[in-house]
Design a protein around this ligand. Structure first.
Ligand SMILES: CC(C)(COP(=O)(O)OP(=O)(O)OC[C@H]1O[C@@H](n2cnc3c(N)ncnc32)[C@H](O)[C@@H]1OP(=O)(O)O)[C@@H](O)C(=O)NCCC(=O)NCCS
Length: 219
């Protein structure tokens, strides 16, 4: 059994606790030591999983355990991963037994694939890519590091996501498109053209949201 800690004790962290339970239910694999979080998570909610808050994130360096990051924000995942890598820690890659992962799929270290997510074939993800419940990824997609597919997000074939891209819940990206690093696609959007880096795009068809203009804004 591998020793494991979950970094992050909020809602997504508890989703990872569920996922670890499911993985161990299919085949005992991890000994869960507990949860690390710089804030104080709800002890009762963690106790329901038979686990507890161990302390702040930097304790990871002393634990001799693999880590999975239960945090939705790509930027926060990147920062935690950077620290953990510096401490010489190894991430766990977690795949729910009820996810569908096809042939030629390469998941990066620390990737998380939740229940009912489906990945067809010849897909590659970067480090700590998170594919939430019922997200779908078709053939030949490339997902960068710290990418997030929210519940029910859908990538058609040969889509490329830069590092730290988030595709919101229920959003759709049609085939062959590229989305630049750090961009967020809003919930329910339909992306039909490439998107640049570091924008928030919403709507059908998805368009980068214009920055708010203050009172001195241009006409
Ligand atoms: C797009 C998003 C990132 C914008 O967040 P935000 O910057 O806090 O935006 P606000 O809530 O302040 O809304 C700003 C404007 O954008 C609109 N807007 C927000 N999200 C939108 C969406 N998904 N589609 C269309 N319009 C949206 C709001 O109605 C508002 O319009 P208004 O100024 O005319 O009133 C966010 O709403 C979103 O969709 N996030 C994805 C959430 C998700 O998938 N969560 C899954 C968690 S597991």
């Amino acid at each position: 059994m591998k020793r494991l800690v979950i970094v992050g004790g909020g809602g997504h962290g508890r989703e990872l606790l569920e996922l670890v339970e499911a993985v161990n239910g299919a085949q005992p694999r991890y000994r869960l030591l507990g949860v690390l979080d710089d804030a104080m998570p709800d002890a009762d909610l963690l106790a329901a999983f038979g686990t507890r808050h161990l302390g702040p994130v930097h304790l990871l360096r002393e634990l001799d355990a693999e880590y999975a990051i239960g945090v939705g924000s790509p930027d926060v995942r990147a920062a935690i991963d950077s620290a953990a890598t510096g401490w010489g820690c190894d991430p766990a890659t977690l795949v729910h037994p009820r996810a569908v992962v096809g042939g030629g799929v390469v998941l990066g270290p620390g990737a998380v694939v939740c229940a009912l997510a489906s990945i067809t074939t010849n897909v590659r993800t970067g480090r700590h890519a998170h594919l939430n419940i019922a997200a779908t990824i078709a053939h030949d997609c490339r997902l960068g590091d710290y990418t997030t597919l929210a519940p029910g997000a859908r990538l058609s074939g040969a889509v490329t996501l830069g590092d730290r891209v988030t595709v919101g819940t229920g959003a759709v990206v049609i085939q062959g498109l590229r989305i630049g690093a750090g961009t967020t696609v809003g919930a329910g959007a339909v992306v039909v053209r490439d998107l640049p880096a570091e924008v928030v795009a919403v709507g059908v068809p998805a368009r980068p949201r214009l920055p708010a203009t203050g009172s001195a804004g241009t006409v």
